[in-house]
Design a protein around this ligand. Sequence first.
Ligand code: FAD
Length: 665
Amino acid sequence: MAHVERHQWDVVIIGAGGAGLRAAIEARERGLRTAVICKSLFGKAHTVMAEGGIAASMGNVNDGDNWQVHFRDTMRGGKFLNQWRMAELHAREAPDRVWELETWGALFDRTKDGRISQRNFGGHEYPRLAHVGDRTGLELIRTLQQKVVSLQQEDFNESGDYEARIKVFQECTVTRILKEDGDGGDDGARVSGAFCYERESGRFFVLEAPAVVLATGGIGKSFKVTSNSWEYTGDGHALALLAGASLINMEFVQFHPTGMVWPPSVKGILVTESVRGDGGVLRNSEGKRFMFDYVPDVFKEKYAESEQEADGWYEDPDTNRRPPELLPRDEVARAINAEVKAGRGSPHGGVFLDVSTRMPAETIKRRLPSMHHQFRELADVDITAEPMEVGPTCHYVMGGVDVDSDTAAARGVPGLFAAGEVAGGMHGSNRLGGNSLSDLLVFGRRAGLHAAEYARACAHERPAAGAEQVDAAAAEALRPFGEAQEPGAAGASGATDASGASRGGGRPAENPYAVHQELQQSMNELVGIIRREEEMSEALERLGDLRERAGRATVEGHRQFNPGWHLALDLRNMLLVSECVARAALNRTESRGGHTRDDYPEMDREWRRANLVCALKAAAEGRGERAERISLRRREMPPIRKDLLELFEKEELIKYLTDEELTSE
Ligand code: FAD
C-alpha cells in the first residue's frame, strides 16, 4: 500500500459544528495540541443553520425561570427517558455557556433594559431561548470561529506558527477510527487516531492522537424528507460502532412539525419553531386551529383550552396557559400528520402556518427575517400576507453514542469521546427546540476537557496505529473504484465495463446514488413518523438488500473531488445507522416521543426503564454483506436521583414511572 502521511496531535476533534469547536477551544486552552477536521468548509455545519435560539434559564424575560424548571421541561419533553444526569448538567451549565459566548464577542438580541432577550419555544415553560433574530447558529459559529482564530494568534505570538496548537483540516472526511492493536473490534483497545481523506485531492492521511472526540452531528440524510444537509450521513454514529462503542436511543428520531412542503425541490427545509413561538398558528384546510384537539393527557393542565386563553398567554403568561401550537415537537408533528391523513391538509400535503394575520408585516420582517426571505425566494410566498404550507420533516436524532454523562467518554472505548447531536441520552425520546445549541456548548466543553485530561495522562505511552490497520482503511476506501488507485491517477480505473458488470465480480455494478435514493425512500416510508411492525420488518429486509447492493457500488473516474465516490463511502454509515433505527424501533413496543407505533399507540411505563443498546455484531466484519450487522440489547436506566425527582409533583410522576419506582423512592 502507498505511503500515508501521519500527523501527530494530542486531541483530534471530528466535526467543526458547535460541539466540535467548543471541544477544540477547551482542549487547546488546556494546553493540548488539537486538530479539528470537518467534511465541509470551516464554518459550514448544521450549527450555522440553527435559527430559533439557544435554551438557557437566565430568567431575563421571566424571573420565574431557573435550572430546575429547565431540567423539568427537558425531562418532560424527553418523556423521562433522558439520562437524567446529562439533563441536570445541561440545565445547570447552559447559562454560563451563553454568558461565555458574549465574553467571546457574541451579541444576542436584547430586552428593552439591555439584557439578553429570550423567546418562547415549544415545551419550555418560560421564554428561554437567547437568539439573534432567526440566525442564532450563525452568531454562535462566528463567535466560536473567532475564538479559535484568537487562540491561533496567541500561538503565533509565542511560537511563530499559527497552527502550532490548533489546526483545522477542512473539506476532509474521516472514514475510520484507529485503535492501538489494529483490529478495531470491541476489545477495550485504546484509540490511536483517525484515518482521513482530503475531499479535493483524494489524498489519504492519518491524524494520530490518544484522544478523539466525535462531534459529527446527525443522520438525516438517510431519510427522504429532511431538514439536514448533505453532510449528515451518520458518520460519527457509524465510526463509533465500528470502533467498538455502542449507540443508545436510536429508535428516537425527531420529525420537526414544520418543514416546507412546496415546491418539491425544497421539501423538508426547516421552518423555524420561532414562527410559532412568536405567535404563528396552525390551521387545517377548513380554517380550524386544530391543535386544541391534540393535547395529550400528560400535558392537559399546562396548555390552553380556547383560542382566547392561548392568545392571552403571549401578553399575560401568569394568568393564561400556553397555546397548544407550542406543545413538544413530537406531539405537533403527529397532529399535522393526522390532519393530512384525515383529508384536511393544504393543497401540497401539509397544513397552514400563519403569521400574516397575527402580527404587523414589519414585526414579521424584523423577528423572522430568514423565514421571510426563505419563502419569498424559494416558494414565491410572502409570509407577511399569506400563510405558509408546512409538514413534518426528519430533523434530529435523539439516539447516539453511549457516553458517560459527566465526561462524554464513549463507554468501552478508551480515548473516544462524543458530544453534540452524535451523542445519545441527553434528550431522551424527544428533544426540545433550543436544547441542542446549549447541549453542544455544555457537552462540547466537557468532551474537550476530559479528552485533554485523558490525552495528557497518555503522554508517556501514546497508542500507535499499526500499518496493517491503516492499509485496511485505505483498501476499504478504495473499494468503490474496484482496484487500488493513487490520487491523481486521472481517468484510471473506471470500475464498470460497457455492459455495466463490475470488474471481476460478475454481478452488476450499482450506482451509489440509486442505492441512496432507495434507502431514503425506505426509511421515510417504513420507519418514518408513524411505524408498524410489518413495515419495519420489511425495512430490515430492504436494508439487507441495500447493504448487499452498496457492497457493489462502483464509481467512475479518479479520486480528485469525486462526489460519487464520497457518497459510496457514506453509504456504509447510513446503512449501519438505518439498521440501528429500524431494529430498535421494531423492538420498542410502545409509543414515546420521537417513536410512534400505530400498533402500540400508548406509552408504557415499563418501557421507560429501558434503553435499547445497539452494537456491531462481533463477527459482522467478516460476514456476507447482506447479513445483519447490528445486535440489540435492553439495558435498565439508572434510577433518577431523589432530589431531582422531588422537583416534580407526584401526580405527574405517576404518568411516567412504574409503581415500583414510585414506592422505592
Ligand atoms: P454539526 O453542527 O452538525 O456539525 C457536524 C460537523 O461534523 C460538521 O463540521 C461536519 O462537516 C463534520 N463531519 C461529519 N461527518 C464527518 C466525517 N466523517 N469526517 C469529518 N467531519 C465530519 N437546535 C437548536 O438548539 N436551536 C435551533 O434553533 C436549531 N435550529 C436548527 C435549524 C436547522 C435547519 C437544523 C438542521 C438544525 C437546527 N437545530 C437547532 C439543531 C442543531 O442545529 C444541531 O443539532 C446542531 O447544530 C448539531 O451540532 P453538532 O456540533 O453536533 O454538529
